[in-house]
Design a protein around this ligand. Structure first.
Ligand SMILES: [Cu+2]
Length: 140
């Protein structure tokens, strides 16, 4: 009787481990897309493999922005932000990130309204700051 119960426990534990593994694998497959952006030391936004920095999302898409920031000539010393990734039209929906040196991840949701959204840096980060802009394109 005791042996039977132990066997059941072992089988149950094995099944649990299997199930957990499968859930983890599925989550890895369908997890939000990661979008890489660099806010660079020359005070420009950069997107891998693109001459003009643009990121494209589907309306309402959930994704993770992975932003790497490098210090330009100047930066805001109050909170340590060296650049920002700001979309004024979407500020109230959370699209306003104060960037510290290094790489950070920011979960985002694309707006429901397709179109082009201007991304700006609002920290006076030095030479080139006024042109530190990029685009978010939202497709239907
Ligand atoms: Cu900047």
């Amino acid at each position: 009787m005791l042996t039977t119960r132990r066997t059941i426990n072992v089988v149950f534990a094995a099944l649990c481990a299997l199930g957990a593994g499968r859930i983890a694998a599925v989550a890895g497959d369908v997890g939000p897309r990661i979008i890489d952006v660099t806010a660079d030391q020359d005070n420009r936004f950069k997107v891998p493999k693109q001459k003009d920095p643009v990121i494209t999302m589907k309306a309402n898409e959930v994704a993770v922005l992975r932003i790497t920031s490098r210090k330009g000539g100047e930066w805001d010393t109050k909170d340590g932000a060296i650049h920002t990734f700001t979309i004024n039209a979407l500020k109230d929906k959370g699209w306003n990130f104060r960037l510290k040196e290094g790489t950070q991840k920011y979960p985002v949701v694309a707006p429901a309204e397709p179109g082009e959204y201007l991304v700006e840096c609002t920290v006076k980060c030095g030479k080139g700051h006024d042109d530190m802009k990029m685009k978010l394109v939202v497709t239907p």
